[in-house]
Design a protein around this ligand. Structure first.
Ligand SMILES: Nc1ncnc2c1ncn2[C@@H]1O[C@H](COP(=O)(O)OP(=O)(O)OP(=O)(O)O)[C@@H](O)[C@H]1O
Length: 263
């Protein structure tokens, strides 16, 4: 799966240049003396049709930021916009529908249904989204991800890399507005990881897919178009066209939070 990528899909003309953004977002866990301000007035714009990586020390707020952007969690203050939709004003039910219709997820643990074949796993979210499968698009995805001869296999009969590629095909099957990937290469060997990251980059550039990836790995983040660095719940750095060396050096300058302040 290193070359032979499928032909480029036409990017949607209705897509704005900013796929998602957070404005002055505050997220606090707990109350009183034990309150933790996981996001501390964070601002960030995610460019459409680009591959953005989010890095930062443990506890810096990466997962919380991703959950806020994906409407998985409520925030205490500020605004979260997905396209033109303000998630902060939506109730739980509307956020659930929005996630189903407009967002794709890829997790470190693949999260495939063990009793279903690869093909069934890939199209699983589509009936939920109320959409018939776009066969040509899914065939392209399967071919590009090199899964053509594995479609009838169940997850246990696939390698880790193949399972993750099935999970990526599933995340992209409904052509979501944005895909969030949380440590997608965390359980893969370096070769399978690099193949997956090459595909994510290709999906952004050639297929017009907006991708946000949380990672601890500078080599993984170097596949992205941009790396955003978080510390203490804020954006503290931003690198365009990053190299692993530049990422490492930036990470070294960002201290791990010694003791998180409660406010
Ligand atoms: N459900 C929760 N209840 C209380 N505190 C939480 C909760 N979730 C996260 N936190 C705290 O919020 C802060 C940010 O956590 P978050 O998981 O977003 O960080 P992270 O950068 O993703 O960390 P890691 O790299 O270790 O996964 C941390 O101090 C964490 O302990």
């Amino acid at each position: 799966m290193t070359t032979g990528f499928a032909p480029a899909a036409q990017p949607s003309p209705t897509r704005s240049a900013i796929a998602a953004q957070v404005r002055d977002v505050v997220k606090t866990y707990g109350r009183g003396d034990t309150a933790v301000r996981a996001l501390d007035g964070v601002n960030l714009e995610i460019a459409a049709e680009r591959f953005t990586a989010v890095m930062g020390p443990s506890g810096s707020g990466k997962s919380t930021l991703m959950h806020a952007l994906a409407g998985l969690d409520t925030i205490n203050a500020g605004q979260v916009l997905l396209g033109d939709t303000d998630l902060s004003g939506l109730g739980e039910r509307k956020r659930t529908l929005l996630r189903r219709d407009r967002i794709g997820f890829v997790f470190q643990s693949f999260n495939l249904v063990p009793t279903l074949t690869a093909a069934e796993n890939i199209v699983l979210p589509l009936p939920l989204a109320g959409r018939p499968p776009d066969r040509a698009w899914i065939d392209d995805l399967v071919a590009t991800l090199g899964l053509g001869d594995r479609l009838r296999h169940r997850p246990a009969e696939l390698s880790g890399g193949q399972q993750q590629r099935v999970a990526v095909a599933r995340a992209l099957a409904a052509r979501p507005q944005i895909v969030f990937a949380d440590e997608p290469t965390g359980n893969l060997d370096s070769r399978a990881g690099e193949a997956l990251l090459s595909f994510l980059r290709h999906a952004a550039h050639e297929l017009g897919q907006t991708i946000v990836m949380v990672t601890h790995d500078p080599n993984a983040a170097a596949f992205a178009d941009r790396v955003v660095f978080l510390a203490d719940g804020r954006v503290v750095g931003d690198l365009a066209e990053p190299t692993a060396a530049a990422i490492l050096s930036r990470m070294a300058s960002i201290d791990a939070p010694a003791t998180r302040k409660t406010r």
